[in-house]
Design a protein around this ligand. Structure first.
Ligand code: MRU
Length: 346
């Protein structure tokens, strides 16, 4: 990869600042878990798997600074750190998955001295990042098999290296198909209001010379109807037990258009994005973000001052619109309830 989304270096967390891409490639350093929480909230780091890695690294930073005499006191303070991280963004389940994994590791090592526990938590956060890269490569391998030679693939938002520890989920499938010599083209929805497609997906695909064409969100139907799109591949922030999938706002519209035009619609995501505790997508919490993201584009007003705004950051695509869900353990299709449980090893 020609960039690094997030890493632990010299007892600091380093993240590429995604609010400044594509104009500037700037790497921010974080030494305090509260600043990592702000970075997640402010979308310096974004994308479900990358948020999970940032949460784990933030907790490791917080654990290092805890002063305590007993494990009980340490664990209580660690829980406070986790609560701050948990309040950043509600939809991506990877955030909560990473928090639970870090808490579990701390509890499992309760007999060790506190410095050793802090070191173990740091190692666990780094492991989560390293595993994510391998997981994305496995998703890519499974997904590339579904992509025909010469395909034009429409993607929404950024589910790429920037949204993960590297390589990406939806863009992992695209990268793997490209690496397999499939001669693919990508159509990237710009993804209003935050422009992840225009700013991030185009940036990372162009960096790697994967052919990409930028379209505004309302052009997707036009190109599908013209027969120019072979399939759609998107990421996910949370997948319920029945396959209903929360992803960036606008994904649902793309999925409905794809079904209308008989175009396969694929979701690519790690097992850590499954929330099998939810029977359907109806109970997935949907984040509402500040109105300024809609009234302004990159700081410039595009609406009259005082305009009423709604800004849900995600929508839920019902499973009936999804042709297959691609995970690192294989592809689910048909009976999602049984197949997702089997892939998750439950
Ligand atoms: O608000 P964001 O940019 O964090 O939303 C990201 C998405 O919706 C991605 O498509 C999703 O997290 C998958 S990332 C591999």
């Amino acid at each position: 990869m020609s960039f690094r989304t997030i890493e632990w270096r010299d007892n600091k967390v380093i993240m590429i600042d995604q609010t400044r891409l594509p104009r500037e490639e700037v790497y921010n350093e974080y030494a305090d878990y509260r600043d990592v929480a702000e970075a997640i909230k402010g979308m310096v780091v974004r994308g479900a798997p990358a948020i999970g890695v940032a949460a784990a690294m933030g907790i490791a930073l917080g654990a290092r600074d805890i002063i305590a005499d007993t494990f009980g006191s340490f664990y209580q303070q660690l829980n406070n750190v986790c609560d701050v991280i948990a309040k950043t963004r509600p939809t991506a389940v990877n955030l909560f998955w990473a928090i639970e994994r870090m808490k579990h590791v701390a509890a499992e090592n309760r007999d060790k001295d506190l410095q050793t526990i802090a070191d173990i938590l740091k190692a666990e956060a780094i492991r989560i990042e390293e595993e994510d890269l391998l997981i994305c490569r496995a998703i890519g391998k499974h997904g590339a098999a579904l992509i025909p030679h010469g395909a034009t693939i429409l993607t929404h938002c950024n589910a790429g290296g920037l949204a993960t520890a590297g390589y990406g989920t939806a863009l992992g499938v695209i990268r793997a198909a490209h690496e397999a010599g499939k001669d693919i083209n990508v159509f990237a929805d710009e993804t209003r209001p935050w422009l992840q497609g225009a700013r991030l997906t185009c940036w990372e695909l162009m960096k790697e010379k994967i052919p990409v064409t930028l379209i505004s969100d309302n052009m997707a139907g036009f190109f599908m109807n013209k027969g120019e799109i072979s399939c759609c591949v998107v990421g996910a922030d949370r997948i319920a037990g029945n396959g209903d999938t929360a992803n960036k706002i606008g994904t649902y519209s793309v999925a409905v258009l794809a079904k209308e035009n008989n175009i396969p619609f694929y979701v690519a995501a790690p097992i850590s994005t499954l929330d099998l505790s939810l029977a359907s997508g109806d109970s997935i919490p949907i984040e509402e973000r500040p109105s300024r993201e809609v009234t302004h584009i990159q700081g410039f007003p595009v609406a009259p001052e005082g305009a009423q705004v709604r800004n849900p950051a995600f929508d839920v695509t019902p499973a009936r619109y999804i042709t297959a869900i691609i995970t690192e353990h294989g592809v689910a299709t048909g009976d999602y309830v049984a197949r997702l449980r089997a892939l998750a090893g439950e």
